[in-house]
Ligand binder design. Sequence first.
Ligand code: EPU
Length: 424
Amino acid sequence: MEKFLIKGSPYKGIKGTIKCNGAKNAVLPLMASSILFDNTVTLKNVPIGAKDIETMIVLLRSLGSKVTIFKTKKILKIQNKKKHKLLVKYKYISTMRAGVLAMGALLGKYNKCLTALSGGCSLGPRPIGYHLAGFQKLNCNYSLKKGYINIFSKSGIKGNNYCFPKVSVTGTSNLILASVLANGTTKLKNISIEPEVIDLIKFLRNGGAKINFIGRRTLKIDGVKKLNGHSHYVIGDRIEAFSYLCAAAITKGKIKIEKINPKHLEQELKILKNIGCSIKFGKSFIELKRKNKIKPVEIKTAPFPGFATDCMPMLMAVLTKSNGKSKINESIFSNRYMAAPELVRMGAKITIKKQKAIIIGTDKLNGADCICSDLRSTFAIILGAMAADGKSCISRVYHGLRGYSDLYNNLKKIGVNITKKLNG
Ligand code: EPU
C-alpha cells in the first residue's frame, strides 16, 4: 500500500497552475448511461487515472460493453455490440457506490437486472430507498435475496411521477436513466441540480432524449425509442478544483486552476473570499492568492447551489489555521468528519458533536503520522501536512486515488515536498 511522506512548509506558500481533470462524479453516470445507447459513445476529458473510473470500466466490461481507453488523450469509447448481461456483482458496488447507476440504465434498456445492494461506507449509511421507490413508480417490482436486488418490470417501464423526499444526486441520475426510453412521460420532482447531473441531462439530450426542466427542481421526460451515440466533453471537476484552491489558501500561496467553470463553485468561492483569499476568475479558470491571516467562518453544507459536502473536509483543514472560531454544520452525511481526528493529531483544535464541528484556529500545526479513511478526507489530511511544521507520513492514500487523478504529480508540481513510500 502506498504512503505519502510530506515535509510541510508552513512559511513557503505553494505556487503553480493545475489543469483540472474531468469530473469523476460526472463521468461515472455518463459511463453507466452508455448502456442505453445502441451505437458508440465517446467521452472526452475523462480522468482515466482515478480508480473509480477504472472500476466502472471493469463493471461495464463485465456486462459486455466494449470499452476502449485512449489514456493520453483522456478518451473512452464505449460500444455495445451485443445484449448486456444483467448481473452487477457485489465487488463493483462495494468498492464504488456509483456502480448502482448500472441499475437504472439496465432497467431502462432491458426492464430487468440483478444488482448487489450497496451497504454503508465510511461517510455513513448509503441507502438507495429513493431509487427503489422511484423505480416502483415506473412499474417495477423488486425483491432482495442474498444481498442482491432482483428488479424487473413485466410489462415494461412506464412513465409516472416521482418526488424525491430529499435531494439525491445518484438517485436523480438513476431515475433519469430508467425513464429516457420508457413508455410515456415521467415527471421527477425535487431533483438534484448538481452540475454533474446537468452534464448527464445534456449528454442524453444530445443523443435524442426528450428531457426538459418544467420547474427549478422538476424534470419532464418523454420516453423515446432509442438514443444515438455521440461524443461528449466532460465538465471539469469542481471538487478537485476546490481542493487545490485550498492548498494555496492553507499555505499562503498562489494557484491558478484551469479547465474549470467558476459557476460550478459560486458558493465555495464566496466562502474562500470571506475567509480572506483574493480570487479572480474567467470563463474557465480560477486564481486564488492568500496574503493575510485566514478569518473564521460559519457554513452549512447543502445540495447544489449550496456549499458542497464534498468540499467541506478541505475547508475544515484550512480553517484549522484561522484566527478565530469557525462552525461547520454537515447536513448531508452522518460521518463526514473523518479527517478531524487526524488533523487533531497535528495540533488542530476541532470538536465534533453529531454533525456539527467547531474549529478553533491555531498558528501552528505539527507533522504527524496519519491514516486516511475516505476520498475527501485524504485531501484534507494532505492539506494539514502541507501546512504543518515537520514531516507527516500519510497511510491509506488509496482512498484519495479513487477520485484524484494525477494526485502525486500535481502536488509535486505546485511545490509540495512529497515522496511516495511503497509497501509501507
Ligand atoms: N439518501 C437516502 N436515500 C436514498 C438516497 C440518498 O436517504 O435513496 C440520502 C443519503 O443518505 C444522504 C443524502 O440522501 O444523506 C444525499 O445522498 P446522495 O444520494 O445525493 O449521494 P450520492 O448520490 O450517493 C453523490 C456523490 C458523493 C457526494 C453526494 C452528495 C457520486 C458518485 N457521489 O453521492 O460524492 O458526496 O452525492 O453531494 O456522485 C465523493 O465524490 O467524495 C462523494 C462521496
